[in-house]
Design a protein around this ligand. Structure first.
Ligand code: FAD
Ligand code: FES
Length: 508
């Protein structure tokens, strides 16, 4: 929607536009104060809300693929005929508009009635589904089950204290103090009751009885299931150094963790971030936005080099230095005593607050106890089913056969976790859908977004198109001439095109 200051976009579609003026694939206009996008797909002309329901990304800059459109920012996908958000991270449908052709003019005057999402007619639908985990994958699965008209019971067990939240925001705008509280919940509290999702917070599952088909929670209660999803995510690695258990030393995974950091940040002058990972550096940027002096201590020589290569690593370092972050690379913290952190190199840094971002470990205890096949994660087949029939796994714990790379991989990406949850929901209802989405992640540092599609643990060549320093680049990570992954800054359309080419096996 256009606000009072922003004039509505493009031509007034209610007044009509000449067919001859609609020459491209999309045309951005408005109806009243709503921005509406006209889209040509083959012979058909369709109209849809112009902004993504995730973070309001401009669909006019997105990619039309058949009868769908993909968002340039984080690659959500919407069905152009129904408005349904068919691929995470968007979960809410967009309005679709009635297109009328009168003579040689196109008119858009009103929204079409929101078509009901495709209700799959589940064959052999289970009666009882239990989801362990109230994060990205667990929530997306529950939401998709109801979207698919599943009418049986859904019990969602979460050891968190809060209903599912937009976790990526916890190291970005929310931590920086620029996102209001109501941005965080993936859905308002009443959603769960209205959708018939029995969300039980502060409930830890301690074991699974795969024979009796029960999960057992801490108070000893048994919850029976016909199908079970394990989506227990990952937990931050804690530093085995003296003083790491003090109240001003934090890790960052949950809303509770984030609130504890914000409380420590209040009145703080200086912070240390241990680790130059995505989360550590995003947290550094957020703390700088709160005007706190930030020192980053990390053993590597360049931040993020292992994932993004040396060029991006140097860029990320320079970007943070421009914003006043001080790096202590090639070093580690060996002890923390109150405000004093001793470095391995011998130096001492003083800080009111310390954030430890040294990686995460998948939470595998339950899967291990249940006897599921493990291989540095829970092994799943292409349908995301574990070695025990009827038990699925998704998100940070799952190691799945990735179609594009041909490898069994496990990643820690928000969009992958949500999409896997969605696939599991459909498969629990008998759809037998292989998970073949190409992995996607994004990271945000100040005003610079980094998008990444594919998966490259090693490469022998990085081909850079554009200029990293000018924040206009696309990097291809290649091995034996094959592109394994593509990272980009402000090349959103090219990133979407790379994702599509990888899906179609035509990436070059
Ligand atoms: C601060 C932060 C920022 C991030 N930013 C990005 C980003 O910008 N882009 C990106 O791609 N990825 C990002 N990630 C990673 C992304 O959030 C994860 O990949 C994603 O949340 C994984 O989803 P999941 O469902 O597997 O696990 P989670 O979302 O972690 O959910 C796991 C759930 O399981 C529950 N649980 C665990 N064990 C039990 C048990 N025994 N009983 C009951 N409940 C249990 C937990 O309480 C939690 O509710 C970020 C992560 C963090 C922490
Ligand atoms: S804004 Fe569209 S996917 Fe995030």
């Amino acid at each position: 929607m256009a606000d009072a200051q922003t004039p509505p976009a493009g031509p007034d579609l209610a007044q009509g536009v000449a067919l001859a003026d609609f020459t491209g694939e999309t045309l951005l206009g408005h109806v009243g104060d709503q921005d509406v996008l006209l889209v040509r797909s083959g012979e058909e002309i369709l109209a849809i809300d112009a902004h993504c329901s995730h973070y309001h990304g401009p669909l006019a800059d997105g990619l039309v693929v058949g009868l769908s459109i993909r968002c340039p920012w984080h690659h959500a996908c919407f069905d152009l005929r129904t408005g349904e958000a068919t691929r995470a991270p968007a979960l809410t449908p967009l309005a679709v508009w009635q297109v009328e052709l009168e003579g040689n003019r196109i008119f858009v005057r009103r929204k079409r009635e929101q078509p009901k999402p495709r209700g799959a007619k589940p064959v052999n639908a289970p009666g009882k589904i239990v989801i362990v985990g109230g994060g990205a994958a667990g929530f997306a699965a529950a939401e998709m089950l109801r979207r698919q008209d599943f009418s049986g019971s859904i019990v969602m067990l979460s050891s968190d204290t809060a209903p599912p939240v937009d976790r990526p925001n916890l190291s970005k705008d929310y931590l920086a103090g620029s996102a209001p509280e109501d941005w965080l919940p993936l859905r308002p509290d009443e959603f769960y009751t209205e959708a018939g999702i029995d969300l039980r917070l502060k409930t830890e599952v301690i074991s699974i009885d795969t024979k009796a088909r029960n999960v057992i929670v801490t108070d000893g209660g048994n919850i029976p299931y016909d199908r079970l999803l394990l989506a227990t995510g990952a937990e931050p690695v804690r530093l085995p150094i003296p003083g790491a258990d003090q109240p001003h030393v934090h890790t960052l995974r949950s809303l509770t963790d984030c609130r504890a950091i914000i409380a420590s940040a209040s009145g703080a002058r200086r912070a240390i971030v241990i680790g130059a990972s995505f989360i550590g550096l995003e947290a550094a940027a957020a703390l700088r936005a709160r005007d706190i002096e930030v020192h980053v201590v990390a053993p590597e020589q360049r931040p993020m080099e292992r994932v993004l290569g040396p060029g991006m690593g140097d860029f990320v370092r320079a970007l943070h230095e421009e914003h006043g972050v001080v790096f202590h690379l090639g070093d580690t913290v060996s002890a923390i005593d109150g405000k004093r952190a001793t470095l391995k190199s011998g130096g001492v840094l003083e800080a009111d607050l310390i954030v430890v971002g040294v990686g995460v470990r998948p939470r595998l205890a339950l899967a291990e106890q249940a006897g599921l096949a493990l291989d540095r994660g829970v092994v799943v087949n292409p349908y995301l089913e574990t070695s025990v029939a009827g038990i699925y796994a998704s998100g940070d714990i799952a190691r799945w056969p990735d179609t594009y790379s041909g490898e069994n991989i496990r990643v820690e990406h928000w969009v992958v976790a949500e999409r896997q949850g969605q696939t599991v929901a459909r498969n629990m209802l008998g759809q037998l859908e292989a998970f073949d989405a190409v992995p996607f992640l994004w990271s945000q540092h100040y005003d610079v977004p980094i998008n990444y599609v594919g998966h490259a643990e090693k490469w022998d060549e990085i081909v850079v198109d554009g200029d990293i320093g000018s924040r206009d680049c696309l990097l291809k990570y290649k091995s034996g001439g094959r592109v394994l992954a593509v990272a980009s800054i402000y090349r959103d359309l090219a990133s979407l095109q790379a994702e599509l080419a990888m899906e179609r096996g035509s990436m070059s």
